[in-house]
Design a protein around this ligand. Sequence first.
Ligand SMILES: Cc1cc2nc3c(=O)[nH]c(=O)nc-3n(C[C@H](O)[C@H](O)[C@H](O)COP(=O)(O)OP(=O)(O)OC[C@H]3O[C@@H](n4cnc5c(N)ncnc54)[C@H](O)[C@@H]3O)c2cc1C
Length: 381
Amino acid sequence: MSSSNTCDVAIIGGGLAGLTAGHLLNLAGIDVQLFEAGSKLGGRIQSLGHAPAGAAIADHGDLGPTWVWPPYQQAVSKWIRKLDLSLFEQYETGNAVLDMQMDGPPGYQPLPGQHGMARIVGGPQAFVNAMAAGINDDKIHLGHELSQVSENGDGFVLEFANPPNPPNPPNPPNLPDWSANRIIYAAPLRVLAERVNWNGVLDDTVLRLMRATPTWMAAQAKVVMLYEHAFWREAGLSGRVASQVGPLVEIHDHTNFDGTQAALFGFVGWPAEHRQKEKLEPAIRAQLVRCFGAEAANINEIHIQDWATKTNICSPLDLAGPAEHPQALPELMAGAFSKNRIAFAVAETASQHPGLIDGALEAGERAALLMSNQRAATVAT
Ligand SMILES: Cc1cc2nc3c(=O)[nH]c(=O)nc-3n(C[C@H](O)[C@H](O)[C@H](O)COP(=O)(O)OP(=O)(O)OC[C@H]3O[C@@H](n4cnc5c(N)ncnc54)[C@H](O)[C@@H]3O)c2cc1C
């Protein structure tokens, strides 16, 4: 191990929780390094990769989360203010489509939206970009999947594997080990429990709890359709569909805040093993025509994001069981472990809204605080 590869706090996972922790620890002047298995930051938050020419942020669609509920979510509303982000309403004007039979006409009726539900200008990606901007580039290591951790005196040695999708520019084939005094685990708990060789660093009680915690939406697939214009709005439709015949069980208007990119998105109801693109895409096109008429066939782009295929998000345990909303975990997971050298930060460990964006912000902040206090305590003694 090269002695230059050392840090005070290593963060495992570059989703919103890990980035929030990194942002805060960096601000506190703590020597932090962030390791992300994927080729880009954001984890479950991913926007469509292209921005309109000259636009500061990609605003073409969310392949992961879309909504926040600021009146009910303290961490979200605080960070929206702090990072100077803007909100806009989910479009719900007009009738929704009730898609209940394959070969009959759909029904139409208004469906109420959820109180307090909002979208973020630039999508949740705007959170990711703003948090990442607070961490120096040379402290962020993409394409670094933690594969093994072991104790080494007062600290830890971390070993990394190169994942199948390399970042740009690619990493060298053999990634160096790192040593860290303390670690924040900001990655899905089941994935960590199953894919990392722990060498006794975490005990069986903790590993059992990690395996028992579903990763919210990990086995979902989301589809974004881009259109030239929002023709459904002109026909007095909200863009919302409730379907019992699918393949999209829910569809929503997904046009961006200033209306420059018309879009719909839907959640796929088919089980993961039946979601081959060559079957799914024609079935989606047929459903859109059934619900919205012939104009719905004129899709400019269709993007299918199947989270069930992402091994750093979705574990075989998530695929085996029903989709369950994570429950608040016992206090144990919110504390620091192993003589205050380990903390967890993924959204599922939050006390409020576990599994959601709000949970990721809360958990990242809590882990950063645990590590900052720990340093303050060490300095004081
Ligand atoms: C389709 C979909 C729709 C959703 N809709 C909403 C919504 O509307 N509103 C809402 O509030 N929430 C929603 N969510 C949930 C929301 O996306 C998550 O709560 C949030 O993004 C979690 O952030 P996180 O940082 O805690 O975890 P993640 O985003 O899962 O980040 C964890 C990171 O850890 C990395 N990682 C894993 N293993 C390793 C390893 N061994 N080494 C290094 N890195 C590793 C992963 O690659 C990943 O980048 C949705 C999720 C999905 C998938």
